[in-house]
Design a binder for this molecule. Structure first.
Ligand code: TMP
Length: 252
């Protein structure tokens, strides 16, 4: 592989300089981490699955007019995206109580919420990504009021889209996390959905059995993570049968 300039290496992805100005190559690793990387493993084929699934969701969002950073998939593990400045917030949307909200508020996992709840976490690994309010976001200048209006609208549109896509294949979208980037066009900035949307960043429950098909399988030691993600991909028709995820070295 030709040497490219590495811009950043995160827990699940590596970013390289893209072929054109304003572009970035996003490489999906097989690494899985949880609890701020206290728990780690390498899951064969996870990067291939998340590359494909994120492509699928981002393409669908682009098609319905929700702007994302996604340009095109390059190969099994890489996609070309627009370079953007990531707003330091993890935007979480919840439809059903689970995970940290259940723990924090003592609400039983699986309780349907009467409306989607949007939460913001400050992206800082050293602090463990603490929950913050819009007051913190405004006071510390992480985003403007206009940004927050746009972020809320993007988050709810992603929720509607993702909930519908999942419902159609018998999966409940319990919650998810997105990240938002600023793209600069001349003097203007536009906010886009960035990073990735995959079973790493969503909670997905089978509607009939309640089986978990997301990263909780890894977080909670519930079975084989690649099998769970493969099931999501299979239902969505994302991985054609002849592209075995057990052979991630295949090109395209
Ligand atoms: P939580 O219940 O642990 O706060 O997670 C809410 C959603 O956000 C869940 O779908 C998993 C996702 N998430 C991430 O994508 N990255 C993270 O670091 C965490 C903590 C959660």
């Amino acid at each position: 592989m030709a040497r490219r300039k590495k811009i950043y290496e995160g827990k699940a992805k590596v970013l390289y300089e893209g072929p054109r100005p304003g572009t970035i190559v996003q490489y999906f690793k097989d690494d899985a981490t949880a609890f701020n990387a206290e728990k780690k493993d390498v899951i064969d084929g996870k990067g291939v699955l998340n590359n494909r699934l994120s492509e699928f969701f981002m393409t669908g969002l682009n098609q319905i007019g929700v702007p994302t950073h996604f340009i095109e998939r390059i190969n099994m593990r890489e996609q070309l995206v627009r370079s953007c400045e990531i707003i330091p917030l993890e935007v979480v949307v919840r439809n059903v109580a689970a995970g940290s909200m259940s723990k924090r508020l003592g609400i039983e996992e699986g309780t349907q919420l009467s409306r989607p709840i949007v939460e913001y976490y400050y992206k800082d690994d050293a602090l463990g990504d603490p929950l913050v309010t819009e007051e913190h976001i405004a006071a510390f200048g992480w985003a403007s009021q206009q940004d927050m209006d746009d972020i809320l609208s993007l988050a709810l549109r992603v929720n509607d889209f993702m909930s519908g896509v999942m419902l159609a294949v018998g999966i409940k979208l319990v919650d998810f996390k997105i990240e938002i980037g600023r793209v600069f066009e001349g003097d203007f900035q536009r906010l886009v959905v960035a990073d990735e949307i995959s079973p790493d960043s969503c909670r997905l429950w089978d509607m009939e059995t309640g089986q978990k098909l997301d990263k909780d399988v890894f977080r909670r030691d519930l079975g084989n993570l690649a099998d769970a993600y493969t099931e999501v991909a299979r239902r969505l028709g994302v991985m054609p049968k002849n592209q075995g995820v057990t052979k991630p070295t295949l090109i395209n």
